[in-house]
Structures are given as C-alpha cells and as structure tokens.
Design a protein around this ligand. Structure first.
Ligand SMILES: [Mg+2]
Length: 284
C-alpha cells in the first residue's frame, strides 16, 4: 500500500492567489482511487473545517486525517470518522511535560499576541495570532518564557493572503511530521516510500524528515529556501519541486500534487504519461 500524504490549504486546495487548473481535483480524486493509494490529509484544519473543504472544493474523503496540525488522527471508514486514541496516549507518554493551560499562562500579556478562537485550540494545540510586523520581538519574548519548559514545539507561520502571523504551540511529539510517521509505521511503510506534499510554514518538518517530498509550484518562497538549505545540509533528502507543464497542468495546488505523485511513481510511469516533464529533483 503506497501512502500519499498532503497538506490541504494552498497545496491540494486552490485557495490562494495563483491560477488553478479546473480539472485537477477530479483528476486527483480519480488517480488516487484507481491506484489504490492510502490517502492522508495532514492539515492545520480541524475536523469541521476539513469537512467544509471537502464539500466546498470537491476533494475526496481521505483514508486518514491528521488534523489540527497533527495533534489529532482520525481514520475514515464507511462514512464515519474514528479518532485514534492510541495517538493521544502516545503524545502524552512522549511529551510528559506538555501542559497547555500552563503554557497559556506563561505567554499571557505579551504585546501583539492574541489567542485564537476556541475551535482552533485543543488539548494538544495552543494557538495565537501574531502581529507580523513585530514578530521578531514577540518570538524572542515567547522563547524566553516558554522554550524548553513544556516539551513543546513552537511553530510560526505567515498567511500571506490575509497578512496574519500564526503561532502554534504543540507537544514536540505531535506535529505534522510525527503524526505522519505514526501513520506510516502503523501501515508498515518505510518513510522513503511515503510521499508528502506541502506549500508553506509548518510543512517544513515532514518535507525534511526523510519522506519523499513534493513542493507545489505555488509554494512560499521562504519554504522553498528552507527546503533547499536542508537539502544542501543533508543530501539524502528527496524533494521534488513542481514546475508545471506536465500533462497540460500548471503545477499549482492539486496539479503540483499530481505532478509529484507521477514523479515518484505513485500513479504509474511519468515518462510515458508526459514526455515533456521538466521537473527538478535531487537526492538518491
Ligand atoms: Mg498549506
């Protein structure tokens, strides 16, 4: 069973400022079903917002949802979601000092930091809006108060569409990367056989963790730079940068995901499907 994991917003979903191919999502749905792929969504969205995305954009239901930035894992079977309780237990065990209320108290009163709405928080996810203009100062203050005290991961990302800075505190054992590692291990797949597609911010972790990475063409420049730097430091990393021009698709969003899947052979042989494939890749 081959695993395809993908971020949703601006990776699979065309909700950015770049042009989208209208047929890409139906093609993605068909190819993942025909090739018997285990499909995993790895997203910052919670369950409600994931279901809304499925309705709104017509992407298929996944087999597994690593939601809330990897802090929850659900299987989707015969029309129902099943929460993976083993994941919560694993996180508690491996991040014993994690304490969301204590962490919230520690950052209280930092200027330019505002707690997100309750639907964006959960016991393993303490999230804030950040005034992006003063983010350096805010993040220094956050580090001084929090770093190393709560077995935490501090993840900053910037939503270039609405200009919002976003700060997530997660247990360091519950991120997009570790959730995907847990799923891969549950299905007995070595990480070199798992494809992960992303576009920004916190996708850096799974993209540099030894999975087969794919950056869609519309990926943030900052992420592209960070991934290239990681590849220079570790030549074993495999990441494919979608360029478009493949099967008449433009490489953005779902088109880039499809291009990356062909590159890694998930959907059959890319060369026979598209002789003009001009993608760049490095690694073994
Ligand atoms: Mg994204």
């Amino acid at each position: 069973m081959q695993i395809l994991a993908t971020d949703l917003d601006r990776t699979l979903l065309p909700n950015g400022k770049w042009e989208a191919d209208s047929g890409a999502i139906p093609l993605f749905n068909r190819l993942t079903r025909e090739n018997d792929i285990l499909l995993v969504y790895v997203t910052g969205r919670n369950l409600d917002l994931t279901e809304r995305a499925i309705r709104e954009y017509g992407v298929r239901f996944p087999d597994i949802l690593c939601g809330d930035v990897g802090t929850t894992i659900r299987r989707y079977e015969q029309g129902h979601w099943h929460l993976d309780e083993g994941w919560s237990q694993h996180v508690h065990r491996t991040s014993p000092r994690w304490d969301a209320p204590a962490l919230a108290a520690a950052v209280e009163g930092i200027d330019g930091l505002r707690e997100q709405e309750p639907e964006h928080l959960n016991p393993f996810k303490q999230s804030y809006y950040v005034n992006h203009e003063s983010k350096d100062q805010i993040l220094r203050e956050v580090d001084a108060r929090v770093k190393g005290r709560f077995d935490e991961e501090i993840i900053y990302s910037f939503d270039s569409l609405d200009g919002k800075g976003l700060l997530d505190f997660l247990p360091h054992s519950a991120t997009k990367q570790t959730a995907l590692e847990y799923v891969a291990s549950a299905f007995g797949s070595p990480r070199e056989e798992v494809v992960f597609c992303g576009d920004s911010g916190n996708d850096i972790f799974p993209l540099t963790a030894g999975f087969c990475g794919v950056l869609v063409k519309n990926a943030d420049e900052q992420l592209v730079d960070n991934v290239r730097a990681a590849m220079e430091a570790d030549p074993r990393l495999q990441v494919y940068f979608a360029v478009g021009g493949f099967m008449g698709l433009n490489g953005n969003y779902a088109s880039g995901v499809i291009e990356g899947c062909f590159h890694y052979g998930l959907f059959g042989d890319a060369r026979s499907a598209a002789p003009d494939d001009g993608g760049m890749s490095q690694g073994v």
